[in-house]
Design a protein around this ligand. Sequence first.
Ligand code: ADP
Ligand code: MG
Length: 310
Amino acid sequence: MAIIEAERITKVFNPRSRKGAVTALSDLSLDVREGEIFGLLGPNGAGKTTFIKVLLQIVYPTSGSARMLAAPIGDARAKARVGYLPENHRYPDFLTGAQVLRYFGKLSGMEGATLDQRVDDRLRLVGMHEWHATKIRKYSKGMMQRIGLAQALINDPQLVMLDEPTDGVDPLGRKEIRDLLVRLRNEGKTVFLNSHLLSEVEMICDRVAILNKGRLVRMGSVSELTMQENLYRIEIHGTVPQELVTQWEATRMNVQQESGALTVALADVNELNGFIDRLRGSGVLISAITQKRQSLEDMFIDVISREETA
Ligand SMILES: Nc1ncnc2c1ncn2[C@@H]1O[C@H](COP(=O)(O)OP(=O)(O)O)[C@@H](O)[C@H]1O
Ligand SMILES: [Mg+2]
């Protein structure tokens, strides 16, 4: 089931200003499925934050429509089942972590023992229980993000929307946040996150969408996006005879040699087998063949730079 369905969303800020008009989102359609961790990726200014704000009706789309939790966006009952961690959030720094959570818990309609219990539970969940009585102003960036996450989870939401959840957090803290997001997913929640940190997203996201200048450039599972269909790495024993190398060069084949392995771009399985036959025919022994994967970051840079030159 789709938890978020956005259809052809366009957002133009300052539409009537001749110089100040900014198209933050352009004809963006995407869907987020129940129980997945979905990552919306893109460079700064790509429109990621604007998209979350459109879904939560913090800003209104110029055109297009969207549904969230089976209701049109703006539906108050659906929004009550969403948790939101804004980018660069600021809570009043004279409050303690526990006070911030109590405040947001009350906003969500909780009180009494239920509220006490929930605040305590969320503090423990994000590893901030020890610091519950410390004022926010003494918190590090990582602690702020963790309290922000606890805030986003205070109403036990079905859908959690996190805008750059690991921004400014040290590597250990980032790992803890990733583990927490996976745990939330395993509990059946849907996690939607914005990030420019690709190597992290790759580790936990079920699917990702890549946004550039407000446009969707790719969407799919991480493995779909990073699998280069026709790049193979062939591990070999022995050396490739010069005549074979000369033949590759003459036929303009894209073969890269390193010690003990070749990387080759081929059109299909037939070509791969022909290539293997010629290698073996030349006395080269093969110990392994793997389809080569790019990292999400390689793919991202590739896609964005192609867009720039297009
Ligand atoms: N309230 C606003 N008024 C005018 N322009 C805005 C506003 N909010 C965002 N923008 C512009 O929209 C574009 C997308 O911004 P944003 O959604 O924050 O990107 P991201 O989160 O991917 O970094 C940027 O060019 C930004 O300057
Ligand atoms: Mg942003």
